[in-house]
Design a protein around this ligand. Structure first.
Ligand SMILES: Cc1cc2nc3c(=O)[nH]c(=O)nc-3n(C[C@H](O)[C@H](O)[C@H](O)COP(=O)(O)O)c2cc1C
Length: 362
């Protein structure tokens, strides 16, 4: 099965790469991640000076990570003289150098990173909503390298398409959508303070709960700017998730939180699962998914009612308990749908753990 993907002229062996973060925070971690078969590596964000990071700085829930990390805790000089030379000497995996944050930082960093970077991921974090400054940072980066430039987007920009357009107009090949969502808070009730966070008490959230926002952001940018390349990021946890991002318009996909919640081997597993997932959905390659247009939403003004397969139903009661229209009940030991109440919303079908409910969503 052909898993290769073209990302602005770089041929990656598969579409999965890590999101910038602690898993790629030095040469040892980068080399280990490369051994898992990733299509590309992305460094922890490099800035001229080391970040001062308050600890503790990461907490995890069942499927969410909240963090108050900043950029790399090592200065650019350590990356340039130690981590990147050692990584490049050990692995062939293309490296996206994640770099922040200002025009001046681009001038300092890009010439020194040129021997190691296959592409750049530019983080205009502190000016994310000021599109004039974003344009100037991207234009500066463009003037310093011929290599692909991707600009990483905040999760909650007021105008994601406008942001992406400014990046494209100033010479970026693409955007990475999205970074962690915030500011958020985690409260330590016992001690009456934020559990972790910035001095203001804020954290940024990532993992599966942000996937719907990431998909929508990728989709709206692709629709408006079809020639701009997009790397999808946010909440990926399976091979199916990778295909979803490609179908809505991404050329490749990044993942971080799932590897921090369920183990780094998840990278290897997802890559290994891709061929079966492609076959299951009728595709013969990654490029074929990318070339496929997302169909229109099916919107019916009349309800389709849930059909229950009573032989498969395990009587878990979830559908009866949760139905927001009070349409489901038990009649003679079986789930019964009262069609006079049922709105055909789809919640029961989406939540049935044994998939015995059909007919609303599919
Ligand atoms: C602990 C942690 C540290 C992160 N550090 C960076 C960083 O240095 N630079 C950056 O651009 N994004 C950083 N991110 C954001 C991730 O790269 C990614 O965009 C985000 O987590 C969403 O993807 P995910 O849901 O797969 O984790 C960090 C995320 C986490 C959880």
């Amino acid at each position: 099965m052909n898993l290769t993907t073209d990302v602005s002229g770089l041929e990656l062996s598969n579409p999965l790469m890590p999101g910038s973060g602690p898993l790629t925070g030095d040469d040892e971690r980068m080399i280990y991640l490369a051994s898992l078969g990733l299509g590309a590596l992305v460094t922890k964000t490099i800035a001229p000076e080391a970040a001062l990071v308050g600890r503790a700085c990461i907490v995890g829930g069942r499927d969410i990570i909240m963090n108050s990390e900043a950029w790399s805790e090592y200065p650019a000089s350590t990356w340039i003289h130690e981590y990147l030379p050692k990584t490049v000497a050990s692995v062939d995996t293309p490296i996206f150098a994640s770099i922040g944050y200002t025009k001046e930082d681009m001038e300092t960093l890009i010439p020194a990173l040129e021997p190691y970077a296959a592409a750049y991921e530019v983080i205009p974090r502190y000016v994310g909503k000021d599109l004039v400054s974003v344009g100037q940072i991207v234009a500066m980066a463009r003037s310093l390298t011929q290599k692909p430039i991707y600009v990483k987007m905040n999760a909650n920009l007021p105008d994601p398409v406008g942001f992406a357009r400014v990046c494209q107009e100033n010479g970026a090949q693409g955007v990475v959508a999205i970074t962690s969502l915030g500011p958020n808070m985690v409260v330590d009730l016992k001690n009456r303070r934020p559990l972790i966070g910035t001095p203001d008490g804020f954290v940024w959230s990532s993992g599966p709960p942000i996937k719907p926002l990431a998909l929508a952001t990728v989709h709206m940018i692709k629709k408006a700017l079809p020639d701009l390349s997009i790397i999808g990021c946010g909440g990926v946890a399976s091979a199916d998730d990778v295909l979803e991002f490609l179908l809505v318009g991404a050329d490749a996909v990044q993942m971080l939180s799932t590897a921090m919640l369920r183990g780094k081997e998840m990278y290897r597993k997802i890559i290994a699962d891709l061929p079966d997932a492609l076959v299951r959905y009728g595709f013969s390659s990654i490029e074929e998914v990318k070339a496929t247009s997302l169909g229109a939403t099916r919107v019916n003004m009349e309800p389709s009612f849930p059909q229950i397969d009573h032989d498969v139903c395990n009587q878990c009661n979830i559908c009866v308990k949760n139905c927001p229209y009070f349409a489901m009940s038990w009649v003679d030991g079986k789930v019964h749908v009262d069609e006079s109440r049922c709105f055909g919303c789809g919640l029961c079908e989406s939540r049935c753990p044994v998939h015995c409910i059909q007919g609303v969503l599919d």
